[in-house]
Write a protein that binds this ligand. Structure first.
Ligand SMILES: *[C@@H]1O[C@H](CO)[C@@H](O)[C@H](O)[C@H]1NC(C)=O
Ligand SMILES: *[C@@H]1O[C@H](CO)[C@@H](O)[C@H](O)[C@H]1NC(C)=O
Ligand SMILES: *[C@@H]1O[C@H](CO)[C@@H](O)[C@H](O)[C@H]1NC(C)=O
Ligand SMILES: [Ca+2]
Length: 425
């Protein structure tokens, strides 16, 4: 009987693996949390790793500026035209909609002319630094999936730091430094993301690539998520499986792309020449027309839907998990400790990392070459052996429970039940 079950599971697995073999289109979707499959025992649910789709995250953020009164126009003031320091009769007036430049204009629909933008007050108080913090908060852990793109309407700042928080703004870490002169501004050697590698991908660099002198007329600053992904997934991100595999096994890498908040610290406006023109301080200010942040809710691979309700993002958890990030088992489903889902084996993943030995069997990422179909065969060969081993010692109900992420507390471990009964006596 055990043998026949083993054979049917083996057969099932082989079917699944042969159907799903090298089809790049399937990889990396993880858009279903469960499907019904037919086994000897009839229709049963098959649980898989799943995640929400990547989307425009600027719709869900709160923006905060420091100092709070740094936006121009209150009181009204004049500033010099971009690129023409001698035309200084442009007006910013917060009380007149056509002349106001509130922070919302960094996140509205762009693509029309002229662009809409947030603008700071001018550098009237020179030589006191003109510094602004723009803090973007989601009150939810999100995973970045594309470059952060900041489009300036003014010149790009001479000095800027992008920071991130993973704990809702309690602590901050630098993400990237930007300067016209990295050594002078931050005592760092200038680098580009292209100088990094798989091994140094987590390094925090200072880049001069986006400064005034580099590509004139460009107004864009990137934080290069895709270039970092490319170290694992290849230049056109064809090999997402390899990236997912690496994210799965390296928590630090995964955390690197995870944030709850971002902070843009503008430290010194674009000056252009070496000296600040003290007679025309209305030339110096910051203006940003657009900020792009794409990502997805982090749901620990236990949800495909993330709802925005009461201006808050929450994962719609499956697999008997709960919490804003599906970070724990539902009440009464704590038969064993919670664990996140896994991207492996590709392409369906597992709803959790069970069984623990499975991780040891699965090849680590350096040997995970998706173009190599051997990996699937390898898995097909080793996993049934492990299952057989498990099945030989377990009753059917426990087996079914074992294969679920958060089993009901009461009937998971025979042994723990026995222990509980003993205690009662
Ligand atoms: C901006 O935030 C940093 C911490 O991230 C803080 O040290 C600094 O004082 C803030 N600057 C302003 C202008 O609020
Ligand atoms: C991963 O595999 C490579 C080569 O196969 C090996 O050198 C390395 O030690 C392995 N790492 C782990 C964590 O097993
Ligand atoms: C969730 O709990 C139900 C009821 O106990 C169970 O049938 C199901 O298999 C569980 N799902 C997962 C993914 O563990
Ligand atoms: Ca805009």
């Amino acid at each position: 009987m055990y043998l026949s079950r083993f054979l049917s599971i083996h057969a099932l697995w082989v079917t699944v693996s042969s159907v799903l073999q090298p089809s790049p289109l399937v990889w990396g979707h993880y858009d279903v949390c469960k499907t019904q499959i037919y086994t000897e025992e009839g229709k049963v649910w098959d649980y898989m790793a799943c995640q929400p789709e990547s989307t425009d995250m600027t719709k869900y953020l709160k923006v905060k500026l420091d100092p709070p009164d740094i936006t121009c126009g209150d009181p009204p003031e004049t500033f010099c035209a971009m690129g023409n320091p001698y035309m200084c009769n442009n007006e910013c007036d917060a009380s007149t909609p056509e002349l106001a430049h509130p922070p919302e204009l960094m996140f509205d629909f762009e693509g029309r002319h002229p662009s809409t933008f947030w603008q700071s007050a001018t550098w009237k108080e020179y030589p006191k630094p003109l510094q602004v913090n723009i803090t973007l908060s989601w009150s939810k852990t999100i995973e970045l999936t594309d470059n952060i793109v900041i489009t300036f309407e003014s010149g790009r700042p001479d000095q800027m730091i992008l920071e991130k928080s993973l704990d809702y703004g309690r602590t901050w870490q630098p993400y990237q430094y930007y300067a016209t002169d990295c050594l002078d501004a931050f005592h760092m050697d200038p680098k580009s993301v292209k100088d990094l590698s798989q091994h140094t991908v987590l390094e925090i660099i200072c880049t001069e690539e986006y400064s005034t002198g580099y590509t004139t007329n460009s107004k864009i600053i990137h934080f290069e998520i895709k270039d970092r992904f490319a170290f694992f997934a290849g230049p056109r991100l064809r090999n997402m499986a390899s990236l997912y595999g690496q994210l799965d096994t390296t928590k630090k890498l995964r955390d690197f792309f995870t944030v709850t908040d971002l902070r843009i610290r503008l430290l010194r406006p674009a000056v252009g020449e070496i000296f600040v023109d003290e007679l025309h301080l209305a030339r110096y200010f910051y203006a940003i027309s657009d900020i792009k942040v794409r990502g997805r809710c982090k749901c620990n691979l236990h949800a495909t839907v993330c709802v925005y309700d009461n201006s808050k993002l929450t994962c719609e958890c499956e697999h008997n998990t709960t919490g804003p990030d599906c970070g724990k088992c539902k009440k009464n489903y704590q038969g064993r400790p919670w664990s996140p889902g896994s991207y492996l084996p590709i392409p369906k993943g597992t709803a959790n990392t069970y069984p623990p030995k499975f991780n040891r069997i699965w090849p680590n990422i350096s040997s995970l070459e998706v173009s190599n179909p051997k990996q699937v065969n390898f898995f097909a060969e080793t996993f049934p052996v492990y299952l057989l081993y498990q099945l030989m010692f377990m009753s059917t109900s426990i087996k079914r429970n074992l294969l679920s992420v958060c089993p009901e507390s009461s009937n998971y471990f025979l042994t723990s039940n026995v222990r509980r009964k003993k205690k009662r006596k």
